[in-house]
Design a protein around this ligand. Structure first.
Ligand SMILES: *Cc1c(COP(=O)(O)O)cnc(C)c1O
Length: 361
């Protein structure tokens, strides 16, 4: 049973036993369930002791990811958040400054980890759709005086989540990483949904991330694995990152069970991301025809829409949809509907009608 977490407590709330079943889950691509074929692959996985270095399936996943990203080495971690934390700890020292977009996950969705644990400060740049330009980045360069925090890392989210799943163009990425290199900064890509970007843009992952020192991919978003993310970089970077993985308790044991799910996702769930993007476009088209709804044309699988013009609040819409077994999320005053592995094309018109009714009620 899926449910929206309560804001009143830090502990996730269990859904009531009589909660209506969720039939159309547009809440997040994190809610995909492993398919029967993925579970089969997990069951068949050859395993060992990952932190001891002898789990063959984890090695296979890391080799495949390093090759896919065009980097020397890779590391399996339990979550994307841990990839960001480990990467920032590896690139930076306490008091260093990380430059990122003001809507980025590291600023808003990691529980204050960078104040609590990594000790970096984050400068949030403005810009439409979660992106900024080379001029914006140049304007953020600080003088090297003893007063200014030392700037150390450029962090880019591909796709930009709160930016509406927007895809940073390759030319912009290359310009930005070029500036970072000039400044002597490291570069890190939060690639939670990187393959949504590469599939949408028709660009190979290695080409898209060529300018970045480190990059990670989440297997628990549209790729549909139950857990796991892989961080990639130079051999030297990954070697240094292992110290932080171990310190944070991110070293696993028979991790191959989960790595097998990720390998299965690489083999079977990448090309199909295009279907999620087509579903998202259809959804956006349908929503755009509802009076009072303002929707942005999606680049990938995230559809953000504004319902202020309808007079219905995001919470009321969520509650009304929940009664029909449909789940959407609220993010920054807007509604987010996310397409993924468990959302079929047939569900799109049904979701549009339900949203139309819920907004008219
Ligand atoms: C989901 C997400 C993360 C964190 O990944 P988890 O696996 O949930 O820890 C980081 N960045 C972005 C952009 C995300 O969407």
């Amino acid at each position: 049973m899926v449910h929206a977490p309560s804001a009143a407590s830090w502990t996730p709330v269990r859904p009531p036993r009589n909660a209506p079943p969720v039939r159309i889950n547009l809440y997040s691509d994190t809610q995909t369930r492993p398919t029967p074929a993925m579970k089969e692959a997990m069951m068949r996985a050859e395993v060992g002791d990952e932190q001891h270095g002898d789990d063959p399936t984890v090695w296979e996943l890391c080799d495949r990811m390093a090759a896919l990203m065009g980097k020397e080495a890779a590391m399996f971690l339990p979550s994307g958040t841990m990839c960001n934390v480990v990467a920032i700890l590896t690139h930076c020292q306490k008091g260093d400054e990380v430059i990122a977009h003001e809507t980025s996950h590291i600023l808003h969705s990691e529980g204050g980890t960078h104040a609590a644990l990594t000790g970096v400060q984050i400068m949030g740049l403005k810009g439409a759709r979660g992106m900024f330009t080379a001029d914006d980045l140049r304007a953020a360069i600080r003088p090297r005086t003893r007063y200014a925090p030392p700037q150390r890392l450029l962090e880019i989210e591909q796709t930009a989540n709160i930016g509406g799943g927007a895809v940073w163009p390759l030319a912009t990425l290359n310009e930005l990483t070029g500036i970072a290199r000039e400044q002597g900064w490291a570069t890190h890509m939060d690639g939670a949904r990187l393959l949504n970007a590469t599939v949408a843009a028709g660009i190979a992952p290695a080409e898209m991330v060529a300018g970045f020192d480190s990059v990670w991919l989440d297997f628990t978003k549209g790729l549909g694995a139950p857990l796991g993310a892989v961080l990639c970089g130079s051999r030297e970077f990954i070697d240094a990152a292992w110290r932080w993985k171990q310190r944070l308790g991110g070293s696993m044991r028979q991790g191959g069970i989960c790595a097998a799910a990720c390998i299965h996702a690489l083999d079977h769930h990448v090309d199909r991301l295009a279907e999620d993007h087509a579903n998202a476009r259809d959804l956006a088209r349908g929503l755009g025809q509802i009076e009072g709804v303002v929707v942005e044309e999606p680049d990938t699988n995230l559809v953000f829409f504004d319902i202020k013009g309808t007079g219905v609040s995001v919470e009321t819409l969520q509650k009304r949809l929940m009664e029909k077994g449909i789940m959407v999320s609220g993010l920054g005053g807007r509604v987010r509907a996310c397409t993924h592995l468990d959302v079929t094309p047939a569900m799109i018109p049904e979701a549009v009608s339900a949203i139309r009714e819920a907004l008219a009620a």
